[in-house]
Write a protein that binds this ligand. Sequence first.
Ligand code: CUA
Length: 324
Amino acid sequence: MNLGFLKIGAQSWLSFMMPSQSSTMAAGVDNLFYFITWLCLIFFVAIVAAMVYFVVKYRRKSPDQKTSDITGNHTLEIAWSVFPGMLLVVIFVWGFLDWAKMVIPPADSLEVRVLGQKWNWAFSYPKEGINASTLVVPINRPVKLIMSSKDVLHSFFVPAFRIKRDVLPNRYSVLWFEPIEEGTFDIYCTEYCGTSHSTMLAKVKVVSDAAYAEWISEGGDSGGKGLSAAAFGKQLSEQKGCVACHSDDGSVKIGPSFAKLFGKQEALADGSTVTVDDNYIRESIMVPGVKVVKGFQPVMPSFQGQLTDKQVDAFIEYIKSLSQ
Ligand code: CUA
């Protein structure tokens, strides 16, 4: 279907301020959107114009004037049923073809697992053995996302790729895309999932084949290359979404602040106290429900299996650095 005439330059006001068309799917989705929108607009203008015309033409001109009886017009009635009916069929078939393209990932896709949890996204590349908090993919190659949630319903949305699908606990949902433009694009959670839903963000970085190969050989973004342990820990706390609930300046969010935390005597919900040391921090990351600080809800998810030892060490160093 060649509908190039409907494709209006991205980001102009005529294109409804749409984000860039950065995947193979984007143009198709936009063209159907523009088709439906302009169709509605044309009918809207035509119907309002006809309405105004008839209101003026058949207005009551004197108090005793009567309108003649209207008995109907078969030709007109069939025309205004069949013609919109055909337009609906066009919209359905068009939408169905694009939908079919969206739900069937190509067999040679690069597979990435996506884990959503309150309130961050984590990516793992099973064949490459890499965990990452930014989705890095090579350009012009289909990517298949196998997605699951650890807790509640989330939804994975990349506006620039025009792809979106719910992410559910206890089952997998699949989404695929083929990026056609290098750059960094936003990932949103677009299903309300609790207090920090609006900060459940991540990035997808589309790079050249060579840059992707290099990224893989360096172990993804989970290595903290060239950073001090504390700086790497700080980076992790942002990437893993810790900052959504824990401040680093002493202000209280959903969880206790990281500031001046290390070495502190912490009162727990069960009435006992604990000294915040390396082991307490590690335990709090892996099994957060065991020693909950008094005054806070046991809402933190476990990060068991999602962090390497090096990452946990770096994170502890970061907490320590906030107490100096
Ligand atoms: Cu996850 Cu909203």
